[in-house]
Design a protein around this ligand. Structure first.
Ligand code: HEC
Ligand code: HEC
Ligand code: HEC
Ligand code: HEC
Ligand code: HEC
Ligand code: HEC
Length: 284
């Protein structure tokens, strides 16, 4: 009789502890559903490793760095981890430095793009260089001529669900109407074709080639004559489908423009002051 009591007593204790254990295990599961990376893998700090944190951030599109900040503190000094980002990312802004995720040590714009692309044929790279770093026809453009940027944490920069695709928001120059003579640009970025059309800069003004479009991924899509004049001959003399209006005449060529536009271009047809070309006013 006594033995049976002990047996059932032990059985009861065993069952209760099993139930308690199950419950706790369930409860535990909910607290350990921490971020994706609660322990960093080997190679996390080694740029040549496949598990390097820079590669991880790009592959998971974690550029807003919210996940890192959750443990390493909002100011990246380390917080409870005791491991600061700023020891290695010691330039201005730490890991928010503008040249870390795109651009290079010299400037913030691509090449290179956010996935590491460097070819102009990649849409994120395109002809940034000819617009911003080494412009052929004008002064260097600003990021704000094509992007609205309100700081690293601006929701339009990376945002909560980054896709790695930059937003295009045209600035004032693209919409300039001062020499429109009634022609009003309506700038359009067509991502499917990678083209930019109805912009002041590429011809939407009086006597300009208002229907011209420029291909962002093809530097050769724009040349002398593309924005005003005749794109097939390369003669820039303003005309509207072969019709010239005084003071511009059909016999004019690049080496004639200086007679009236001498502050912009010289007798050899070479720009003497690019900042006066595509600046929103006719200099003559
Ligand atoms: C769940 C908390 C947590 C999250 C989230 C987290 N870390 Fe950490 N990290 C730690 C801890 C703790 C350490 C220090 C211990 C260690 O080295 O593993 C650390 C260390 C590091 C180190 C130093 C490693 C070394 O060997 O010097 C780097 C670099 C790092 N983290 C980068 C990141 C990045 C980038 C992110 C965001 C993608 C991130 N961490 C997200 C907890 C976290
Ligand atoms: C042990 C040094 C070290 C530490 C600590 C460190 N990083 Fe890095 N991180 C690097 C190096 C090196 C690169 C590669 C830089 C490059 O490609 O120019 C890099 C790249 C990155 C990138 C670029 C990703 C891209 O787009 O290619 C980000 C973002 C980044 N780190 C965030 C962090 C954050 C956030 C922390 C802290 C949680 C941190 N890093 C801590 C060394 C470090
Ligand atoms: C003439 C217009 C223009 C100017 C000026 C310009 N961008 Fe862009 N930018 C673009 C276009 C177009 C894209 C491609 C958008 C897309 O993929 O839909 C782009 C994409 C980007 C991307 C995403 C790269 C990727 O890999 O997808 C970054 C980052 C960027 N620009 C930064 C800058 C910065 C920084 C500046 C100023 C220093 C700048 N841009 C100036 C037109 C411009
Ligand atoms: C941690 C990575 C990272 C850093 C640091 C960073 N960017 Fe970006 N940036 C991106 C990504 C990713 C995009 C592509 C946009 C997207 O995914 O929505 C982008 C896009 C841009 C664009 C294109 C317009 C847009 O907002 O989409 C500009 C301009 C830009 N960044 C400027 C800057 C400047 C200026 C800084 C420094 C204050 C900076 N970025 C720092 C990752 C970064
Ligand atoms: C005889 C003087 C003269 C010569 C030579 C001349 N221009 Fe002009 N150009 C003007 C004047 C004046 C205006 C302003 C017209 C207006 O405001 O309506 C002008 C305006 C322009 C405009 C703005 C669009 C327009 O038609 O108003 C462009 C583009 C232009 N010129 C390009 C050229 C080029 C390219 C050459 C050389 C092939 C050239 N011009 C030669 C006098 C000249
Ligand atoms: C990307 C488009 C574009 C291209 C390419 C271009 N132009 Fe222009 N050009 C303009 C615009 C826009 C104006 C209107 C006035 C302004 O904003 O400067 C202009 C005006 C001019 C003017 C009038 C003076 C002035 O104030 O700018 C001359 C001269 C001129 N262009 C010569 C040339 C020559 C020569 C070439 C080829 C070597 C050329 N342009 C290629 C866009 C272009």
């Amino acid at each position: 009789m006594k033995k049976i009591f002990i047996f059932y007593g032990l059985l009861l204790i065993l069952l209760t502890s099993l139930i308690v254990y199950q419950g706790c295990a369930k409860f535990d599961n909910t607290i350990t559903s921490a971020p994706d990376i609660d322990t960093h893998p080997d190679g996390w700090a080694n740029p040549s490793s496949s598990t390097f944190h820079g590669k991880y951030i790009v592959s998971k599109k974690l550029w807003n760095l919210n996940q890192c900040k959750a443990c390493h503190a909002a100011d990246y000094t380390g917080g409870s981890t005791g491991s600061s980002c700023l020891g290695c990312h010691n330039g201005s802004g730490g890991p928010e430095n503008c040249r870390l995720c795109h651009g290079n040590s010299d400037h913030a714009n691509p090449p290179k793009g956010v996935f590491g692309d460097t070819l102009t044929s990649y849409i994120g790279v395109g002809v940034h260089a000819t617009h911003v770093n080494n412009p052929k026809y004008s002064a260097a453009l600003h990021c704000s001529d094509c992007h609205a940027f309100g700081g690293f944490s601006d929701p339009n920069h990376i945002g909560d669900n980054p896709d790695g695709i930059a937003e295009i928001t045209f600035g004032d120059l693209a919409k300039d109407t001062s020499l429109g003579g009634g022609i009003k640009p309506n700038p359009i970025w067509n991502r499917t074709n990678a083209t930019c059309s109805s912009v002041y800069c590429h011809g939407t003004f009086k006597q300009g080639n208002t229907s011209a479009s420029a291909t962002w991924t093809d530097a050769n899509s724009v040349k002398c004559g593309s924005c005003h004049g005749n794109p097939s001959t390369g003669n820039p003399t303003p005309q509207v489908v072969g019709v010239f209006t005084s003071p511009h005449f059909s016999f004019m060529t690049t080496t004639t423009c200086y007679i009236c536009h001498g502050s912009v271009i010289n007798g050899q047809g070479v720009f003497v002051d690019k900042s006066k070309h595509i600046n929103g006013e006719v200099n003559y």
